[in-house]
Design a protein around this ligand. Sequence first.
Ligand SMILES: Cc1cc2nc3c(=O)[nH]c(=O)nc-3n(C[C@H](O)[C@H](O)[C@H](O)COP(=O)(O)O)c2cc1C
Length: 190
Amino acid sequence: MKYLIVYAHPNPKSFNHAVKERVEAALKKQGEKYSVRDLYLLKWNPVLGGADFNVSGKEKTPEDIKTEQQYIKEADVLIVIHPIWWFGMPAVLKGYIDRVFSAGFAYEYGPQGIKGLLSGKKVMIINTTGAPQENYLKLGFKDALTKLFKDGTYEFCGMNVVAHKFLYAVPAISPEARVKMLEEIDGLEF
Ligand SMILES: Cc1cc2nc3c(=O)[nH]c(=O)nc-3n(C[C@H](O)[C@H](O)[C@H](O)COP(=O)(O)O)c2cc1C
């Protein structure tokens, strides 16, 4: 199995960074092959421009998009790690999806409707939040985000979301609770 970690957080001292390190450690321990795409380190251009729009899926696909599409093609499992910002994903990741998951690569329009082209690939999502679990459950944010990310994005492209883990209230909890959360990562089945 080949894993691809897509990671979106600007701060190397963040909890998200610790989560990414933990995932990498788990994959290494299992002897798995993986690549990491750290979108801030890559200085990823998140703006889907006119040029991308006109040529996506064709010969003139911009080099940065081609590179990311190759990483996705080669991966069996995508592990997407990011915080929840304004009840969505960080703009850099949104822009990665806008540009990389293009028509002709990630999905296509056919006579039977829209077809995902990335079938056979699995997706695991790990999200951190500022708000507590109670809010996410009571106010419907967990269901909303699950639906948007799973049905609206990854499964729309034919992939199979096998896990979506929320690590809640990260800034509000104790250091001990954060350590426990990191230990939960070890319990995930990769
Ligand atoms: C721009 C911004 C927007 C945020 N919006 C939300 C939000 O909508 N819901 C939420 O639960 N937390 C929100 N937060 C809190 C972050 O999710 C939280 O601080 C982060 O997940 C903690 O992980 P970190 O220490 O790795 O950054 C926001 C934080 C920032 C900086």
